[in-house]
Design a protein around this ligand. Structure first.
Ligand SMILES: *[C@@H]1O[C@H](CO)[C@@H](O)[C@H](O)[C@H]1NC(C)=O
Ligand SMILES: *[C@@H]1O[C@H](CO)[C@@H](O)[C@H](O)[C@H]1NC(C)=O
Ligand SMILES: *[C@@H]1O[C@H](CO)[C@@H](O)[C@H](O)[C@H]1NC(C)=O
Ligand SMILES: *[C@@H]1O[C@H](CO)[C@@H](O)[C@H](O)[C@H]1NC(C)=O
Ligand SMILES: *[C@@H]1O[C@H](CO)[C@@H](O)[C@H](O)[C@H]1NC(C)=O
Ligand SMILES: *[C@@H]1O[C@H](CO)[C@@H](O)[C@H](O)[C@H]1NC(C)=O
Ligand SMILES: *[C@@H]1O[C@H](CO)[C@@H](O)[C@H](O)[C@H]1NC(C)=O
Ligand SMILES: *[C@@H]1O[C@H](CO)[C@@H](O)[C@H](O)[C@H]1NC(C)=O
Ligand SMILES: *[C@@H]1O[C@H](CO)[C@@H](O)[C@H](O)[C@H]1NC(C)=O
Length: 418
């Protein structure tokens, strides 16, 4: 009898105790903190004797004391993310960015299917992006940039109509861009630069009609750029520098919103697209080292917000249009290493904000326009390897106080520069 009573007491006290002990979400967090190493100042506050983890550093709960957010960004967290993360079923926001977290992304993260914002950027994570992350159908932000992730981007990851921002840049991701990219119909920003991605830019990208920023630079993408890009009417930024894209530019924008359009260091052929004249917001146009031919259109003068016009290392011919002098915001004008002929338009002296003027390796003749330094900002002036054949403006050097480098070699100029 005594024994039975004793047992009853034991059972009763266990029940009471358990109702006071830490919630399951709290227990999951404590288990998580065995592999994820928080600095003492943060961890001190994660106490097993609390009923809920809702006041712990970095933790946020809903009205029913379920953990819905964990934000430990820039907190000198190290260690790795253990499988216990998958026990936080109500998690909507997980931000562990800018720490020293290493190891793999656990498969179990795919169990947190209420997640809307996931930011693990700027850590030391390695291995693959688990395909189970394709279960996170409510994600609107996916940020894994600046880690050491490798392997391919799982097709499932992009089958998501809520994703608005995808930042996977600065990793070692290989393979191709999933065709499912077109299923991200809410997508605004897709940053995939500085990886090892190969293959084509899928034509399905045209279904991402809300896309505003597409960064593909420094990959190994090839093939022609899909005509379906024309469907992305609000595209502001398209930067595909240093890939192996070929062919002509077959897409076009009538009501163009482009601010940055850069395809430098590819194998693009054909003429400078005539529709660029519609892109009045354009600030940066870069086509360095491609195979562009034909003339520079005079309509370039309508792009008055241009600050960078970089068309070096192509096969452009004909004259430099004097209309360039209307692009008053220009700071860098680089047209070197083409087959441009005629004279250097005196209108270039209207470009008061110019700091760099590269016209070398062309077939330009005649004189250097006087007042080329009227803006007092020109630092790099390279007119070398042309057929310039007049006398050097007398006040060139005294006018050009800001010059850091001047190259006039390999011309037929006369006079002195002092
Ligand atoms: C933990 O620290 C935070 C911030 O310093 C504080 O707001 C919170 O009340 C603390 N929680 C506990 C359980 O001490
Ligand atoms: C990562 O660890 C290194 C060395 O321990 C430290 O210097 C650095 O500040 C840490 N970085 C972050 C983001 O915590
Ligand atoms: C990814 O990196 C790991 C080392 O972190 C390596 O063992 C594995 O072979 C790599 N996988 C791929 C596909 O490159
Ligand atoms: C560009 O479009 C033209 C006509 O629409 C087509 O004949 C050509 O094959 C296309 N080129 C590329 C590279 O897509
Ligand atoms: C040109 O730039 C100015 C100043 O940044 C801006 O207010 C204006 O809207 C731009 N023009 C176009 C057509 O985008
Ligand atoms: C383009 O770049 C490659 C590699 O840097 C170089 O060999 C080639 O001469 C460049 N093309 C032109 C037209 O300058
Ligand atoms: C020239 O540069 C100055 C200073 O950066 C800037 O305020 C001004 O708007 C620029 N002028 C043009 C025409 O863009
Ligand atoms: C420069 O060359 C052009 C074309 O060859 C010629 O018409 C012109 O007279 C030359 N000017 C001078 C100053 O030698
Ligand atoms: C330089 O100009 C002189 C005189 O005008 C001319 O005789 C000579 O052929 C020119 N040299 C070159 C390389 O164009």
């Amino acid at each position: 009898m005594r024994l039975v009573l004793w047992l009853w007491f034991l059972l009763f006290s266990t029940l009471v105790w358990s109702s006071w002990s830490l919630s399951s979400d709290g227990a999951a967090l404590l288990a998580l903190s065995k592999s994820l190493i928080l600095p003492r100042s943060l961890r001190s506050n994660w106490s097993a004797s609390d009923a809920t983890p809702c006041t712990w550093n970095g933790v946020g709960c809903n009205g029913r004391n379920r953990v819905i957010s964990l934000d430990l960004s820039s907190s000198q967290v190290s260690g790795s993310i253990g499988p216990d993360i998958g026990r936080l079923k109500y998690l909507q926001v997980l931000i562990l960015s800018t720490n020293n977290i290493s190891g793999l992304i656990p498969l179990e993260l795919g169990n947190c299917n209420m997640l809307e914002q996931l930011d693990l950027s700027q850590n030391l994570l390695s291995g693959n992006i688990p395909a189970s992350m394709g279960n996170l159908k409510k994600l609107s932000l996916l940020s894994l940039y600046s880690n050491s992730l490798n392997g391919t981007i799982p097709e499932e990851l992009f089958k998501n109509q809520f994703l608005e921002e995808v930042y996977l840049h600065d990793n070692q991701l290989s393979g191709s861009i999933p065709f499912a990219v077109g299923e991200m119909t809410s997508l605004k920003s897709l940053w995939l630069h500085e990886n090892l991605l190969s293959g084509v830019l899928p034509s399905s990208i045209g279904k991402c009609t809300k896309l505003e920023e597409l960064y593909l630079l420094y990959n190994q993408l090839s093939g022609s750029l899909p005509e379906t890009l024309s469907e992305i009417k609000g595209l502001r930024v398209f930067d595909a520098t240093r890939n192996s894209f070929t062919g002509e530019i077959n897409f076009s924008f009538e009501n163009c919103k482009l601010e940055i359009f850069i395809l430098s260091f590819n194998y693009i052929k054909g003429e400078i697209p005539s529709w660029l004249v519609n892109c009045r917001s354009l600030q940066q146009l870069g086509f360095v080292n491609n195979s562009l031919s034909g003339k520079i259109p005079t309509s370039i003068g309508l792009l008055t917000n241009l600050t960078y016009l970089l068309l070096s290392q192509n096969s452009l011919s004909g004259p430099i249009p004097p209309e360039i002098g209307k692009c008053r915001s220009l700071t860098w004008l680089e047209l070197d290493s083409n087959q441009l002929e005629g004279t250097i338009p005196k209108e270039l002296a209207n470009l008061w904000n110019l700091t760099r003027l590269f016209l070398f390796k062309n077939k330009l003749e005649g004189s250097i326009p006087p007042n080329i330094c009227s803006g007092k900002k020109l630092q790099y002036l390279n007119l070398g390897s042309n057929h310039l054949n007049a006398s050097i403006p007398r006040d060139l050097v005294s006018d050009c106080q800001s010059l850091v480098r001047l190259n006039l070699r390999d011309n037929n100029l006369s006079g002195s520069i002092m």
